[in-house]
Design a protein around this ligand. Structure first.
Ligand SMILES: NC(=O)c1ccc[n+]([C@@H]2O[C@H](COP(=O)([O-])OP(=O)(O)OC[C@H]3O[C@@H](n4cnc5c(N)ncnc54)[C@H](O)[C@@H]3O)[C@@H](O)[C@H]2O)c1
Length: 323
C-alpha cells in the first residue's frame, strides 16, 4: 500500500490499522473519517458492489471532510477492501463493526472475530440499541468489546455513545474515549447498559408522538418537520431538555418549573399517542414522505443536511467559550 502525505497523529498511532466491518451508511462514513485522520482502513463486507459503494461514498463525503478542515487528498491510498473476514482482521488494532442490526449476526460475528484478533484489539460495535453484554454472550474474551454508537453521519455528528458491557474492562473504555476524541468526536460514556442507549431512546420517544400526530391528521409530515426545526430543534442544539426547562422556570429554575407546570406535564403524558407501525400505517407514512420529499434525490437531501449541520457546528464552536 502506498502511504499518502497525511500524517497519523501521535494519539492514533496505537489504534492503527482499523478494520471496518459492514460498508453501509455508517461503515462508509466511519471509513472516510478514519482515512481523513491518517488511519489505514481495511473494509470487510460481502456485498458484490462493495468497492464501488465505498469509493462513491467517500467521494460524496469529501466536501464535508474538507469543510471540517480535514485533508481529502490520497485518502484511498490507505484503504483496502478485503472480502475475506479472517484476512480483514489480521493485525487490526481496532474493529469498528457496522453490520446488520441483528443480535444473532453480531453475536456470531464477534465470536469469529475474537478467534483471529489479538487480545489487545479494541472491539467496537456501532449498534444503535443492542447492549454489548448481549453481543458478548458466549465470547471467551469480552473484556475489550463495547458499544461505540455514532449518530448518523458519524463523519459529521460529534456524539459517540460509549457503552461498556458487564465484562468490559475500564482500560477498553478509556481506549475508546481516547480513540474517538482523537477523531474529533464527543464520546459520552453511559453509566448503565440499556437497550437503545440514550440518544435513540429520546429520539424514539419524540418520533412516536410525531408519527401519532401525522397519522391523526393533526399536521402534515413536512409541517411537523418545520415545527421541530423552528423550535425544539433550534433550542436543543444549544441546551438540552433539562437546561431548556431550567430556563423555563424563570429565576426559580427547574424546581420552579416542575412546581408550576409539572402536574400538567404529567397529565399530558397520558394523552400521548401509541401508534402502530403496522402495514397500513407504514404505507400511509411512506406516501406522506414521498409526497413531501420524494421529488428530491436522497444525495441532494444529504448534501443539504450536511451543509446546514456544518454551519450549526461551526457557529457552536465559535460560541464554545461562552456559557
Ligand atoms: N443508519 C443509522 O442511522 C445508524 C446510526 C447509528 C448506528 N447504526 C448502526 O450501524 C449498524 C449499520 O447500520 P447501517 O444503517 O449502516 O446499515 P446498512 O444496511 O446501511 O449497512 C449494513 C452493511 O452490512 C453489510 N453486511 C451484511 N452482512 C455482513 C457480514 N456478514 N459481514 C460484513 N458486512 C455485512 C451489508 O452488506 C451492508 O453493507 C447497525 O448496527 C445500526 O444499528 C445505524
Amino acid at each position: 500500500m502506498i502511504q499518502s502525505k497525511i500524517t497519523l497523529p501521535d494519539e492514533l498511532q496505537r489504534f492503527n490499522p482499523v478494520t471496518v466491518i459492514g460498508a453501509g451508511t455508517i461503515g462508509v462514513s466511519w471509513t472516510a473519517l478514519f482515512l481523513a485522520y491518517g488511519l489505514t482502513v481495511r473494509v470487510n463486507d460481502p456485498r458484490p458492489d462493495v468497492k464501488e459503494v465505498v469509493l462513491n461514498g467517500i467521494d460524496q463525503i469529501k466536501p464535508t471532510l474538507k469543510a471540517l478542515g480535514l485533508p481529502t487528498e490520497g485518502l484511498t491510498n490507505r484503504l483496502e477492501i478485503e472480502p475475506d473476514l479472517d484476512r480483514a482482521l489480521q493485525g487490526a488494532a481496532v474493529i469498528q463493526e457496522n453490520g446488520p442490526e441483528r443480535l444473532e449476526f453480531k453475536h456470531e460475528l464477534f465470536s469469529k472475530i475474537e478467534k483471529v484478533v489479538s487480545k489487545e484489539t479494541l472491539l467496537l460495535s456501532s449498534s444503535s440499541g443492542i447492549p454489548s453484554s448481549e453481543i458478548a454472550k458466549g465470547m471467551k474474551n469480552p473484556e475489550r468489546l463495547l458499544i461505540g454508537h455514532p449518530f448518523n453521519p458519524p463523519h459529521l455528528v460529534p456524539l459517540v455513545e460509549v457503552v461498556p458491557g458487564e465484562h468490559t474492562k475500564d482500560q477498553a473504555v478509556q481506549d475508546a474515549i481516547t480513540f474517538y476524541r482523537a477523531l474529533g468526536k464527543e464520546p459520552m460514556v453511559l453509566e448503565k447498559e440499556i437497550p437503545g442507549f440514550v440518544a435513540n431512546r429520546l429520539q424514539s420517544a419524540l418520533f412516536r408522538e410525531a408519527v401519532n400526530l401525522v397519522l391523526e391528521g393533526v399536521v402534515s409530515m413536512e409541517d411537523l418537520d418545520r415545527i421541530v426545526t423552528n423550535s425544539i430543534g433550534l433550542r436543543w442544539a444549544v441546551g438540552g431538555p433539562f437546561l431548556t426547562f431550567h430556563l423555563g422556570g424563570g429565576k426559580g429554575g427547574l424546581p420552579a418549573f416542575l412546581q408550576h407546570l409539572g402536574p400538567n406535564l404529567q397529565n399530558g403524558w397520558k394523552n400521548l399517542g401509541n401508534p402502530n407501525l403496522d402495514e397500513a400505517n407504514v404505507q400511509t407514512l411512506s406516501n406522506h414522505a414521498m409526497n413531501s420529499y420524494g421529488n428530491v434525490p436522497i444525495e441532494q437531501l444529504e448534501k443539504s443536511r450536511d451543509q446546514k449541520q456544518l454551519s450549526v457546528l461551526k457557529m457552536l464552536k465559535d460560541q464554545q467559550s461562552s456559557r
